[in-house]
Design a protein around this ligand. Sequence first.
Ligand code: NAP
Ligand code: HSE
Length: 423
Amino acid sequence: MRIAVVGLGTVGRHVVEALDGERELFRSRLGEDVEVSRILVRDQHKQRPVGMQSRITFVAEDILGDPDIEIVVELVGGFEPARSLIEAALRAGKSVVTANKEVVARSGPLLSLTAQPGADFLFEAAVAGGIPIIRSLQESLAGNRLKAIYGIVNGTTNYILCRMQQQGGSLEEALEEATRLGYAEAEPGDDLDAVDAVRKIAILASLAFGGWVDVDAVAKEGIRGLSELDVAEARSLGGVIKLIARAEATPDGLTLGVSPTLIPLGHPLADVQGAQNAIYVRGEPIGELIFQGPGAGGPATSSAVIGDIIDAARSRRVGGRSVALPREPAPLVPLGQHAHSYYLRLRLRDEPDALARVAQAFAAAGVALRSVRQPMHLGGPATISLVTAPTRRARLEEARLALRHSPAVLAEESLILAELDPA
Ligand code: NAP
Ligand code: HSE
């Protein structure tokens, strides 16, 4: 079985090394050899590992036009030219394996229809790195009516938040480290601003709930605005901050969103460390399941990619199985319809009535407060942290508007969700 790998970066390199190095293992699993016969890359001046040099090409047609290549593994990233290359490979009758969440989240349904009989379009590595969540939703849990999926689906931001919590330091320093370790996207803003997490929860929700989710319709807040002060204050409040993606089926449609969330210590998600991911799935009749494991990085991601390659290779020999991706849009309900608690950090004027004015703004909007703290570690006597009682977003926005216009408030410095389940 001859295959081609497109992209020889963090993930591609691990995939080629594993396929080259474990030929016996894969032969025993598949009953024939899997050989990486071509590797397509972009930069003609980069040094490539010696054993891979002879297989390097810069011309897509060397892969697309070679009838002996049966599987194309796309590990380039970004939308174009990755999407076009996948489409061309599928049209040429090849199976395609990809780790590209952007392409799957935006063009998955059309691409899956493009696969020719006997060929697969597989993307296990696009969500949660090495965790086999896609296949679990499509196969093992297919007999369930799923109700909710939520959890940590971005390794980079989890790594950053854990590092800030355990070693202190800034978000920028932690991001540099995550990039060095191969966790971050080529455009790390996609990690920080929750774009990557939105793509992943959209893919999971589309598979779990049976309607395609438009990524642009998913509410998102990233972690860019968080500082070490919030991380320390979360700890003082008995919790940790995690970037949580959630999708829930309600009678009116799906609620979906990604936001930094204050999780109480002791909750299983609070203990998810480094670039690990963890995903809760709730459904009938299964009840609750949690999937946890390495969510980013070359080795973990290559595990999912190679699993897909073996799967695609097997199905080419014993007959293809087309993976049905829903094409109809899923009805979405704005997240604001549920009541949540929120954590806010505010910088006030250092005046005697400032706190009273803030309390008044919340009271006038009908928002009760669970906690108001003014600890010195928040950066001075005039910075406070607040946690609201569960409230609808519209009420919170009314209070925030009043605060923006209040002479007592210099700035709202952070706003994050402060509990997991809607009240
Ligand atoms: P990467 O390290 O940036 O590597 C990208 C590779 O693609 C490079 O080898 C680059 O070639 C090649 N490339 C870029 N544009 C190309 C083009 N037009 N034609 C041919 N080759 C091209 O990326 P990565 O981290 O391995 O990620 C690859 C994919 O896996 C992305 O979709 C990413 O989102 C996904 N993913 C990554 C992780 C992770 O932890 N890193 C986890 C899950 C999924 P040159 O070598 O010539 O520059
Ligand atoms: N940048 C992504 C993350 C890679 O950190 O989760 C894995 O999809």
